[in-house]
Design a binder for this molecule. Sequence first.
Ligand code: SF4
Ligand code: SF4
Length: 332
Amino acid sequence: MPEIAVKMVNRFAERLARDDLQLRRARPEILQVNVGKLCNLTCVHCHVNAGPKRKEIMARETIDRIINWLDKTNIPVVDLTGGAPEMIPDFRYFIRHIRSLRAPRHVIDRCNLTILLEPGYEDLSEFLANNKVEIIASMPCYSADNVNAQRGEGVFDGSIAALQLLNSLGYGIDPQLPLHLVYNPVGAFLPPSQDELEADYKSEFKKHFGIQFNNLYALSNLPIGRFASYLRHSGKLEEYMELLIHAFNPATIDGLMCRDTISVGWRGEVYDCDFNQQLGMQWSDDTESKRLFLWDIDPDSIENREIMTGDHCFGCTAGAGSSCGGAISSPS
Ligand code: SF4
Ligand code: SF4
């Protein structure tokens, strides 16, 4: 059931209207596919409520329909997310087919790192390197205590070992094998300066573990999924919302990921972003009578379409902003 978005008043839409701002789609550049909710971890901040017992995963038939659709477009990037996207049985099938299209597309894997060391996945990092898959990996802190508190006991050590493995294959070193890390706060506060954090991560990882990576993306936690439950149970949900609302930065609007990304769910349904996906804000046709799937839409006709918003959108526009590629602008 949608959480924040079902409130009668959409404070985000009101805020945009007050500043005479509009949030509409630009040309699609990224197809972000959430292949399911299955994951080997159960992180506290997870907006997907992912975990080892989740059964929702993308079927091969859906993958084939997505590939067919993609082949007819010129969208250059496919961004695979989850859950742990690597855990669906057809993960490699999906990547091989994307890479062997007449016009091969760039592939991003949003990886939790620890999956690379799980039994049965031993050759996965080599597969990713051979297919020139860019890796964007979660790493919420360079301190073991913070990472383990948010993601589970032992996750820090596993993540470090996985990063060392990726470096040994050239990730973060070879320009064809980009390796980016994602920071998100361990509580109900906004990320600090992305540039300063990146410099700290780089020096700490190099000094203590000999690890190299390309960029650090600082993301805000959106008040949905497991993070919203955590806020609600600790009585901090409205306080966090107020923090986000007060930090609204209009300069972030043009760089929001929902402007150039099409988000697809494990059944092929379409959304403006992965957050809207978790809130069930699926696209409908003009008459609002038919819910849309990827194969129902023409990517050339969605430019200027109004983006569906809710209070959770304040999480993307607070401070320096937050998008799939990290901060969007300087804090206002
Ligand atoms: S945050 Fe990522 S790694 Fe953690 S449970 Fe959710 S999907 Fe899995
Ligand atoms: S949650 Fe963020 S990315 Fe999604 S529609 Fe709202 S502003 Fe855009």
